[in-house]
Design a protein around this ligand. Structure first.
Ligand SMILES: Cc1cc2nc3c(=O)[nH]c(=O)nc-3n(C[C@H](O)[C@H](O)[C@H](O)COP(=O)(O)O)c2cc1C
Length: 206
C-alpha cells in the first residue's frame, strides 16, 4: 500500500500517523487557569527531547468546535499554559489508565476533570499547577516556547522538579528498578493501548 500524504485530508493523515507511530507515551498534563482552577488532560503527541536543559514537548490542539466551522479555540491545557507558563506532566501506569481516559472528556473551561475522575492532587514544589497524587511520576515544567506549525501547536517545556514514587528508581544509580514501573502506551487511534510488562534487555555492540 502506498499513500500520497499530500492528497490526504488532515483527519486522514492523523489516522495513519496516530495508528502507526506507536506505542506513544502519555503526558497527563495538569495546569491551572489565571484564577487557580485545576485542569487535567492526556496527550500522547508527547515525548522527551533532551536533558541539557531537560525538555519535553507535547501537542495540545484546538477544541473540536473548530471542525464544525466555529473559530479555533485552544484546548484548556494550551489556554492555561498561555496564561501561566507552567504545567505538570504526570505519567500514566496501569493503575490510573481508566481515570486518565475519563479526564479526556471535553468539559467546560473551569470544570475540573480531576474531581470527575475521582482523583486527588498534591501541591507542586515549584510550579503553581498541582500534580496528580495517584500518578507514579510527575515532572514540574515551565513553558520554554510554543511553536505553531500550520494548525499544530507544540508546547516545549523545561523540567525543573520531578516526583517519583518510591521504589521506581534506585536512589544511588538513578536507574529503573526492574519491574517497578509499568507505563501504558498509546496504540492505534482512537482507543487502543498497550501494557509494558513484557520487557527485555538488548545490549548494544561494543
Ligand atoms: C490517550 C489520549 C491521548 C490524547 N492525545 C492528545 C494529543 O496529543 N493532542 C490533543 O490535542 N488531544 C489529545 N487527546 C484528547 C484530549 O485529551 C482531549 O481533547 C481533552 O478533552 C483536552 O482537554 P483540555 O481542553 O482540558 O485541555 C488525547 C486523549 C487521550 C485519551
Amino acid at each position: 500500500m502506498e499513500i500520497d500524504f499530500n492528497t490526504l485530508r488532515p483527519g486522514e493523515r492523523y489516522k495513519v500517523l496516530a495508528s502507526l507511530v506507536t506505542p506513544r507515551p502519555i503526558a497527563w498534563v495538569t495546569t491551572v487557569d489565571g484564577t487557580g482552577r485545576v485542569n487535567a488532560a492526556p496527550f500522547s503527541f508527547f515525548n522527551v527531547f533532551g536533558s541539557n536543559p531537560p525538555i519535553v514537548a507535547f501537542a495540545p490542539g484546538n477544541k473540536s468546535d473548530a471542525a464544525r466551522g466555529v473559530p479555533a479555540v485552544p484546548k484548556d491545557t494550551a489556554r492555561n499554559i498561555r496564561e501561566t507558563k507552567e504545567f505538570v506532566v504526570n505519567l500514566v501506569d496501569e493503575t490510573v489508565g481508566e481515570a486518565m481516559v475519563q479526564t479526556a472528556a471535553e468539559l467546560e473551561h473551569g470544570v475540573s476533570e480531576i474531581e470527575a475522575a475521582g482523583l486527588h492532587t498534591a501541591p507542586s514544589t515549584l510550579v503553581g499547577a498541582p500534580r496528580i497524587l495517584e500518578s507514579p511520576v510527575a515532572f514540574e515544567c515551565r513553558e520554554w516556547s510554543t511553536l505553531e506549525v500550520g494548525s499544530n501547536r507544540l508546547v516545549i517545556g523545561t523540567v525543573h522538579h520531578v516526583h517519583v514514587r518510591d521504589g521506581i528508581l534506585d536512589p544511588e544509580t538513578l536507574r529503573l528498578n526492574p519491574g517497578q514501573f509499568a507505563p501504558l502506551g498509546r496504540m492505534a487511534s482512537p482507543d487502543w493501548y498497550c501494557k509494558t510488562g513484557d520487557q527485555f534487555e538488548m545490549p548494544r555492540p561494543e
